[in-house]
Design a protein around this ligand. Structure first.
Ligand SMILES: NC(=O)c1ccc[n+]([C@@H]2O[C@H](COP(=O)([O-])OP(=O)(O)OC[C@H]3O[C@@H](n4cnc5c(N)ncnc54)[C@H](OP(=O)(O)O)[C@@H]3O)[C@@H](O)[C@H]2O)c1
Length: 335
């Protein structure tokens, strides 16, 4: 049994992890933390019979865990993660703090200096389908952001094959749980209900950095035009990607690239021709669904990708990372 600790268990991703670990056949929760609700039980905060007690991080017996999931906001995570690494415990961090290896790029997007730059070297970007071998050896896994998981999974086959044009347009829509549980005006019912809200448009959303990190490794000078939007659903992301590939490639060639990359992946659902991805393909699952639509102009495609932002976009992928790190069946607890 893998012994698990969860830090920040009262947030959306933390509670999702509590549920995933409870049904995982080879992992068990040994402690869970909250600063504002220490002394309470998870059933005091969510409508659940789960009576997991909540303790302060300072009181958590770090070394009783084989792995600790950190579900804190960015910037709050880095020093807490450093404490766990000093104690020699493996870490999966769901925040953005260890996703970008260059501290100057982190500071440019997150507006705060990185205080644990020594740990950036050991952090592995935990996009399972892309980095599986490095994740298996990792002591510190940086779980990817929710939007970048859709964009990077959707385009990595083309980037890796060297056929992706650097000019990429991403139109992405997310359910409101993507913003976390804390209150903010844009997630009030009256603001979001019957509405659709673009935000951080232009070259502005922090998640562009993770798209540049993964796709830019194969497609030099990648230019990502990214428009994230909030939609009035609880969970789910649908990203519609407008891309050009090498115009010499026919429809069968492009489909073959995806089939070769993802044909054996348990959590990638390649959709048949004519079927775009929808939220219903993936919400409640750890899958990403990918639909491919050619346009009449040579090389131009629309790629649709959906995921559940709290599962494949966060806690589900985090458990998939744990399974890889500990040599378990990658699907354990996730099907
Ligand atoms: N929501 C998503 O779809 C999603 C997807 C991918 C990645 N992520 C990332 O995962 C992390 C957690 O997201 P979430 O949606 O679960 O957030 P959330 O619902 O807002 O929960 C955050 C948790 O961290 C604790 N916390 C809040 N501010 C803190 C601070 N300044 N210092 C220490 N602890 C603090 C909270 O409260 P208490 O300790 O007081 O109980 C809570 O347990 C974030 O970094 C987020 O960007 C989220």
């Amino acid at each position: 049994m893998i012994q698990v600790g969860i830090v920040g268990a009262t947030g959306y991703t933390g509670f999702e992890l509590i549920k995933l670990i409870a049904r995982h056949p080879q992992a068990r929760l040994v402690w869970a933390t909250s600063e504002s609700s220490a002394g309470k039980r998870i059933s005091d905060l969510y409508p659940t019979p789960d009576e997991t007690p909540l303790i302060r991080f300072a009181d958590a017996p770090l070394t009783e865990a084989d792995v600790i999931f950190f579900c804190l906001p960015h910037a709050a995570s880095m020093e807490a993660v450093a404490r766990a690494r000093d104690a020699g415990v493996r870490v999966i961090d769901l925040s953005a703090d260890f996703r970008l290896p260059d501290p100057a790029i982190y500071e440019r997007w997150y507006g705060t200096p990185h205080t644990q730059t020594g740990l950036l070297q050991e952090a592995v970007y935990g996009l399972c389908e892309v980095n599986r071998e490095a994740i298996a050896r990792a002591e510190l896994v940086a779980n990817p952001g929710c939007y970048p998981t859709t964009v990077n999974l959707g385009l990595w086959p083309l980037a890796r094959a060297g056929v992706l044009d650097p000019n990429i347009i991403v139109d992405a829509k997310s359910g409101v749980s993507g913003a976390g549980r804390k209150l903010r005006l844009s997630s009030h019912f009256v603001e979001i209900n019957e509405n659709l809200i673009p935000y951080s448009i232009g070259y502005a959303h922090r998640h562009i950095a993770e798209m540049e990190l993964i796709l830019g490794a194969y497609t030099p000078d990648v230019q990502i035009t990214f428009t994230p939007q909030l939609i009035p659903v609880n969970r789910g992301i649908l990203s519609t990607l407008y891309v050009d590939v090498n115009p010499g490639l026919g429809e069968e060639d492009v489909r073959a690239i995806y089939q070769e990359t993802y044909g054996n992946e348990p959590f990638i659902h390649l959709l048949p021709p004519g079927q775009p991805a929808t939220l219903r393909h993936t919400v409640g699952t750890n899958r990403a669904a990918i639909g491919l639509t050619p346009l009449p102009w040579p090389g131009r495609w629309i790629v649709t990708v959906s995921e559940d932002n709290l599962l494949k976009g966060a806690s589900g992928q985090a458990v998939q990372n744990m399974n890889i790190m500990f040599g378990l069946d990658e699907t354990a607890g996730l099907l």
